[in-house]
Design a protein around this ligand. Structure first.
Ligand SMILES: Cc1ncc(COP(=O)(O)O)c(C=O)c1O
Length: 499
């Protein structure tokens, strides 16, 4: 490290690389400047232990004294600290010398969360997962961690084929499964393939995940709203769409199950028109009132792509899902996956495969279903006692329910405004909730659904659930419709109007 050339050195320190840009011709000044800048910019954070002067000198090809003198100077200036036994470390500097620190949590941040979308993250089966990963790695062939089958690890596809057949009635063989990064990537791959084949339009349920409409749009596909009633999506209204995206087991977010009659109708539509049915089975494992409703794919494997995910059964952060596709789609989906990200993580796939075959996955799902059902009953009970005028809907399945907001919408106070006010009121109670109208398709021309909150049953950790319910009841009791006295519109006792 001599001369005026910019030199980059990355010596190894305790297994950690220290990257120092030496740009000055004066070596000691250059080293001091580089370290000062690294601390100032936050590249080296408070407490980071620097290499010994002997080690850094050897790595940079400098005299040891040069490094020791530079350290001494920076200690004198307060950038570093040197303590016997703990070496030289980056000092705790007051801002603004430090890189921007993580902002402290906002005091207005709600302490309780009943938004939908996640299972109880604190209940992730971490021990079982780690055990499964360890066992799977021991058993895996050496090439499992190389560039592997784009469709996904054979261990996982094998495990999924029998698991999905057993638990969801899906007709799958390992070769017809493509492992992907959650439902979202599955939908994206499908949309891409459909678009490549000339598709332009996909029917989506009029209340649905807005993100899924975005995924379709990102691949050049328009989404057309399909109304939903107590029998699920009105598939009789399907026309010249190229595909339809449905949540048959448990309509998201309204809650009904696609009726037997509508199941037949959508399969007939697919057979007659060549349209594709995309089955989003995001929470099919969570049925509370009876045995789980089988997958639509089981009745029409040549017209339905079944898409599943671990986002509700394990955690969204796992980012694993699967497509079970008709044979004529598989090669194109594999090609789309290959040109997107080559394959999903083998480590995670091996762990999930093992978790399934060892029975840990079923066990966790059963436990989670039990907890979700108990929480649903607690919600009904809490509202019955604390806010008896409020109705609940969509309670037969899943990890969320609809809490209907009483009151008659008017032009001045349409559903979306009623919901926004309730969400703001909940926030004042320290509770995060979300309104139903946020899920409505922007092109929907039906009368909006009654104002409601979409309540995630699984979101809070165990210890926070009853507190969250108390805050929800307090929020609901403050609603104008419940403040107007006995003459106001009462919705009746907490009940389910689910089919
Ligand atoms: C309707 C619906 N489908 C699927 C998913 C899961 O998506 P992913 O598997 O990409 O996490 C969600 C997540 O909230 C959802 O609400």
């Amino acid at each position: 490290v001599t001369g005026a050339d910019a030199v980059t050195a990355s010596p190894t320190v305790f297994g950690i690389d220290l990257h120092v840009d030496l740009t000055s011709s004066r070596v000691r000044a250059g080293l001091e400047g580089a370290l000062r800048e690294a601390v100032r910019s936050g590249l080296l954070v408070t407490g980071t232990r620097l290499p010994s002067s002997r080690q850094l000198a050897a790595d940079l090809g400098l005299a040891r004294n040069t490094v020791a003198d530079a350290y001494g100077q920076l200690v004198a200036e307060g950038w570093l600290t040197a303590r016997q036994g703990s070496g030289t470390r980056v000092a705790d500097l007051p801002s603004p010398a430090r890189a921007p620190a993580t902002p402290p949590p906002r005091t207005t941040e709600p302490g309780y969360d009943l938004r939908s979308g996640v299972p109880t993250l604190a209940s992730f089966p971490a021990t079982a997962w780690v055990t499964a990963l360890r066992r799977a790695l021991h058993a895996a062939p050496a090439d499992a961690l190389g560039y592997t089958d784009v469709r996904g690890r054979p261990e996982l596809r094998q495990a999924l084929a029998s698991h999905l057949a057993r638990t969801r009635g899906v007709r799958a063989c390992p070769d017809g499964i493509v492992v992907c990064s959650g439902f979202t990537q599955g939908l994206s791959l499908l949309a891409r393939v459909l678009h490549q084949r000339g598709a332009t339009t996909v029917a989506t349920e009029e209340y649905a995940q807005p993100a899924h409409r975005d995924v379709l749009a990102a691949q050049g596909l328009a989404s057309r709203p399909l109304p939903v009633d107590v029998e699920g999506a009105l598939v009789d209204r399907l026309g010249d769409e190229d595909a339809v995206l449905l949540t048959p087991a448990h309509q998201f977010p309204l809650g009904p199950t696609l009726s037997t009659r509508r199941r037949s109708a959508v399969l007939t539509w697919a057979a007659d028109t060549g349209g594709l049915v995309i089955e989003d089975d995001y929470d099919g494992e969570f049925r509370h009132d009876r045995h789980s409703v089988g997958a639509l794919q089981g009745r029409g494997p040549h017209h339905v792509v079944h898409v599943g995910t671990t986002s509700k059964t394990l955690a969204p952060g796992v980012r694993l899902g699967w497509l079970v596709a008709p044979p004529d789609l598989v090669d194109d989906l594999v090609e789309a996956k290959r040109t997107t990200d080559l394959a999903s993580s083998s480590l995670d796939q091996l762990a999930l495969a093992r978790l399934i075959t060892d029975g840990g996955y079923d066990k966790h799902v059963r436990r989670s279903r039990h907890v979700a059902r108990r929480r649903r009953d607690e919600l009904l009970d809490a509202l019955h006692r604390q806010a008896p005028a409020v109705q609940v809907d969509g309670i037969a399945a899943g990890l969320h329910t609809l809490v209907l907001l009483p009151g008659v919408p008017t032009d001045a106070r349409p559903q979306a405004v009623v919901e926004t006010d309730a969400v703001a009121s909940a926030a004042r109670h320290g509770l995060a909730v979300e309104g139903l109208q946020a899920y409505r398709h922007p092109d929907s021309d039906t009368t909006p659904r009654p104002a409601a909150l979409v309540v995630g049953l699984a979101t809070p950790p165990d210890h926070a659930y009853s507190g969250a319910l108390t805050r929800l009841a307090a929020t609901l009791n403050e609603l104008p419709a419940l403040q107007d006295g006995p003459g106001s519109r009462r919705a009746g006792p907490a009940s389910s109007s689910v089919p």
